[in-house]
Design a protein around this ligand. Structure first.
Ligand code: ADP
Ligand code: FRU
Length: 316
C-alpha cells in the first residue's frame, strides 16, 4: 500500500528479491569524468575543480547498479565493453558492485563512450558532453546468447540501434508466448530522435519518457506528455514521465493518471543519474507486482535521495 516508507520498501528488498528471477537491463555503459565545481564557468575560462573523479556511467549501467547495489536485486547488464583502459575500468566497477555482466561483448580496436561532466555543487546541476567514440552498438547476435528463461523483466534503453532493439523485443515476446512465461518489457526514451518512431509501437509493458524527449516533442508538463503520447504507443503500454523537481506522472492502460511529487533532499548536490535511479526504483516495485502509483512514488523518493549525495554509493 502507498503508506510504505522508503525504508520499509528497502527492507522488503532484502528478503524476497533474491529468490526472484533476474532483471536484465540493455543499453549503454560509459565512463563519466566528473568535475565538481562551485559555480558554472565562463566560456574560455581557466578554472579549478573542487574535485575530479572517474565514475561508471550510462543510463543502463546506472540503473543496473541501483537495482543491484541499493535494492539487492539480481540484475544483469547487457552493454558493449572494450579492451581499453576505460572499458576495463567500467567492467571492474560493475563487477565490484555485483552487476552480472557475463554476456557483454568486449570489442577490440575501438574507443569507449565517455562523458565529461560538470556538476555544480551549489545547485546539483549536471552539464554533460558525451562522445560515443565508435564503440559498436549491441546487435541481436549479442542478445541471442542470453537464456531468456532467467529473466522476469527486461528493460531497454532506446538507442540508435533501433532495428536491433525491435528484433530483441520481438524475440522476448515470441519466447514468452511459446514458453508461457510472463517477461515484462520496459523501454526508455530519453532524447527525441526521428529513428525512434518504430520503437514507440513495440509491445512494451512500460514506456519511460524523459523530460528532454517530452519538451522536444512540444509538451510542457508530464501530464500533457503521457496524455499526448498515449495514442502513439501500443494500447497495453503504461506511460511514465519523470520531470525533475516536478516529480513524475504515469498513465495506465486503463487511461487513469497518477502522479507523485518530487522528494527533494535537504541540499541538492548531484543530479547526475537521477532519472536512471528513478527508473530502477519503478522497475523494482512493478517487478514485485506493486501498483503504478506506489512505484512512481518510490522512484521519486529514491531519486530524490540520490540528488542529495555524490554518486550512487550512499544510496542504500
Ligand atoms: P534526468 O536525470 O533523466 O534528467 P529528471 O531530472 O527528470 O531525470 O529526474 C528524475 C527524477 O529524479 C524526478 O522524477 C525526481 O523524482 C528526481 N529529481 C530530479 N531532480 C530533482 C531535484 N532537484 N529535487 C528532487 N528530486 C529530483
Ligand atoms: C546520466 C548518464 C551519464 C552519462 C550520460 C549519457 O543519466 O547516463 O552517466 O554520461 O547520461 O547520456
Amino acid at each position: 500500500n502507498s503508506t510504505n516508507t522508503l525504508a520499509d520498501i528497502c527492507k522488503m528488498a532484502d528478503a524476497r528479491t533474491r529468490e526472484m528471477k533476474r532483471i536484465l537491463v540493455v543499453g549503454l555503459a560509459c565512463l563519466d569524468i566528473i568535475n565538481t565545481v562551485d559555480r558554472y564557468p565562463r566560456e574560455d575560462e581557466d578554472t579549478r575543480a573542487l574535485s575530479q573523479r572517474w565514475q561508471k556511467g550510462g543510463n543502463a549501467a546506472n540503473t543496473a547498479v541501483v537495482l543491484t547495489q541499493t535494492l539487492d536485486t539480481s540484475c544483469e547488464l547487457l552493454c558493449s565493453l572494450n579492451t581499453g583502459i576505460e572499458g576495463q575500468y567500467v567492467k571492474e566497477d560493475l563487477q565490484k558492485r555485483g552487476v552480472l555482466i557475463e554476456n557483454c561483448p568486449v570489442n577490440k580496436n575501438c574507443g569507449f563512450p565517455t562523458s565529461c561532466v560538470l556538476i555544480n555543487s551549489v545547485c546539483g546541476s549536471r552539464t554533460i558532453i558525451h562522445a560515443r567514440n565508435n564503440l559498436p552498438e549491441l546487435e541481436l547476435t549479442d542478445f541471442d546468447k542470453l537464456d531468456l528463461s532467467l529473466y522476469s523483466w527486461i528493460h531497454f534503453e532506446g538507442r540508435r540501434n533501433v532495428d536491433e532493439i525491435i528484433k530483441m523485443i520481438k524475440k522476448v515476446r515470441d519466447f514468452g508466448r511459446e514458453q508461457k512465461l510472463q517477461i515484462k518489457i520496459s523501454v526508455e526514451f530519453e532524447k527525441k530522435r526521428p529513428e525512434f518512431e518504430p520503437l514507440f509501437k513495440v509491445e512494451a509493458d512500460v514506456i519511460f519518457i524523459g523530460k528532454d524527449f517530452a519538451q522536444f516533442s512540444g509538451f510542457t508538463t508530464p501530464e500533457e506528455t503521457v496524455n499526448g503520447l498515449s495514442t502513439q504507443v501500443h494500447s497495453t503500454s503504461v506511460l511514465i514521465c519523470p520531470w525533475g523537481e516536478r516529480g513524475a506522472v504515469a498513465r495506465g492502460c486503463d487511461k487513469e493518471i497518477c502522479s507523485s511529487p518530487a522528494y527533494p533532499p535537504e541540499r541538492v548536490v548531484d543530479t547526475l543519474g537521477a532519472g536512471d535511479t528513478f527508473i530502477a526504483g519503478v522497475i523494482f516495485c512493478l517487478n514485485r507486482g506493486r501498483l503504478i502509483k506506489d512505484a512512481i512514488q518510490f522512484g521519486c523518493q529514491l531519486a530524490g535521495k540520490k540528488c542529495g549525495i555524490q554518486g550512487f554509493d550512499g544510496l542504500k
